[in-house]
Design a protein around this ligand. Structure first.
Ligand code: GAR
Length: 207
């Protein structure tokens, strides 16, 4: 029997993308197991969802900064992921920028979902940026994580329409639903070894 591909999930919020991935794992659609879930927010929904599923879940205090982990916290996260023998780090609504030690420890093995069609609208409240800009098509992106903000190579994208009647909330909900469809497919392709990276281009061996 082959050793299962191990996922480590990091999130700061309600954890709906984690749930979509955990459900896809449970349904046999992702050939992997979720080894650990970590959060920088003690009462984050993502930790509750993990514990309900009997998945190891830990709060790691983020330290004194607002937008990144301090050195000690980053070290603690890296150690927890290493101890769980994680093959792929899956960021699912993790709202802090990852820095040197983390990126070096898991180089090329960190993925993120972002609520826009990158490279448009990186950063916060991307759905609001899309509305403010007046685009007619929005969507989500799954990408590898590099040292920039939402700037790594793009693995997959899914579009949604922007309707004249949309509010920030309704557009965000539609994008969220697209994320729940796209993210498990991208993680499954990586777990199956169907993804290769050539420069900025991520190639899918099968679709
Ligand atoms: C998702 O919409 C994800 O794209 C976004 O946070 C939300 C998390 O929702 N991430 C970012 O904006 C990162 N730049 P969830 O906790 O329900 O999965």
């Amino acid at each position: 029997m082959s050793i299962p591909f191990r996922l480590g999930v990091l999130g700061s919020g309600k954890g709906s993308n984690f749930v979509a991935i955990a459900d896809a794992v449970a349904a046999g659609k992702i050939p992997a197991q979720v080894a650990i879930v970590l959060s920088d927010v003690e009462n984050a929904g993502i930790l509750a969802h993990a514990r309900e599923r009997k998945i190891l879940a830990q709060f790691i205090p983020p330290g004194k900064f607002r937008t990144k982990l301090d050195e000690e916290a980053e070290h603690a996260v890296v150690e927890a992921l290493r101890a769980a023998q994680v093959d792929l780090v899956v960021l699912a609504g993790f709202m802090r920028v990852l820095k040197g030690e983390f990126l070096r420890a898991f180089e090329g093995r960190i993925v993120n979902v972002h609520p826009s069609l990158l490279p448009s609208f990186p950063g916060l409240a991307a759905w609001q940026q899309a509305l403010d800009c007046g685009v007619k098509v929005a969507g989500c992106t799954v990408h590898f994580v590099d040292a920039g903000v939402d700037s790594g190579a793009i693995i997959g994208q899914q579009t949604v329409p922007v309707l004249d009647t949309d509010t920030a909330e309704s557009l965000h909900q539609r994008i969220h639903a697209a994320e729940h469809d796209l993210y498990p497919k991208c993680v499954a392709a990586i777990a199956r070894g169907e993804i290769s990276v050539v420069g900025r281009r991520v190639l899918w061996k099968k679709s």
